[in-house]
Design a protein around this ligand. Structure first.
Ligand code: PEP
Length: 251
């Protein structure tokens, strides 16, 4: 059985004071009972990580960063390495979010580098993939997601997979209020599992968690999470309100 996972991606929202208040509210809402059924992660801005790590210590909620660099260290002004994250300590990192692919031009090669760095630093990884509206409308979405999985994940060592979660995030559904139907999401998740069986093994393909992301809200979470191949969600907007985030965890 794959344990459910609900992850909040705060993106570039909240200053440290507002963020700390939100974190406290989330901790008031999410207790042991919720964590028995679902893992919970929070991907916070870099500036919040040290304070959040202290606050979340022992809470059962995993703290993650939204990005990392694909090299170990060096002359990369403004960048953050995975060893720096691990020393905070932070437990995980998002890789390949569509906003980073789209606005920062991140390539498959760089994303592979980030995953390798994260593995070397013992961080867990949520690797995001998903097609644009144009790709969906032209019917190429299956090929696009397959390529995003193959180009970045092929050839990983067998012991890497236990640290990786996937998140299918159709770009047209992120922050738009437009959600993929449960059926549309399920079809792509099942396809992704097939690709994984080919590039890893049947065992990995059955055990890896695949989250759905894209305008998940308390009123649509249960239907999405009820699909066979959907193991939880990566939540943007609705993770910025403690009660909505907690309602999604309960779903
Ligand atoms: C995201 O940023 O990963 C996301 C899914 O955002 P939203 O829930 O706001 O669509």
């Amino acid at each position: 059985m794959r344990k459910r996972l609900v992850a909040g991606n705060w993106k570039m929202n909240t200053d440290l004071n507002d963020g700390f208040r939100l974190l406290k509210d989330i901790l008031d809402e999410i207790r042991e009972k919720e964590l028995e059924n679902s893992d919970v992660h929070i991907y916070a801005p870099f500036t919040h990580l040290k304070v959040f790590a202290n606050t979340l210590n022992g809470s059962g909620i995993l703290l993650g960063a939204q990005n990392c660099h694909h090299e170990t260290s060096g002359a990369f002004t403004g960048e953050i390495s995975t060893d720096m994250l691990a020393s905070v300590p932070v437990g995980g990192v998002l890789v390949g979010h569509s906003e980073r692919r789209q606005y920062f031009g991140e390539t498959s090669e760089q994303l592979r580098g980030k995953i390798e760095q994260a593995l070397n630093s013992d961080l867990s990884i949520i690797y995001c993939f998903g097609e644009t509206l144009e790709e969906r409308e032209s019917g190429s979405h299956y090929d696009v997601v397959e390529q995003q999985l193959r180009s970045v994940l092929s050839g990983l060592p067998a012991d890497a997979w236990q640290h990786i979660t996937l998140a299918y995030e159709p770009v047209w559904a992120i922050g738009t209020g437009k959600t993929a139907t449960a059926e549309q999401a399920q079809e792509v998740h099942a396809h992704a599992r097939g690709v994984l069986a080919d590039i890893s093994s049947a065992e990995v393909s059955n055990s890896i968690r695949i989250l759905y992301g894209g305008s998940v809200k308390p009123n649509n979470a249960a239907e999405l999470f009820g699909q066979d191949d959907i193991d939880g969600g990566l939540i943007g907007g609705a993770s910025l309100k403690a009660d909505s985030f907690a309602d999604i965890v309960r779903a």
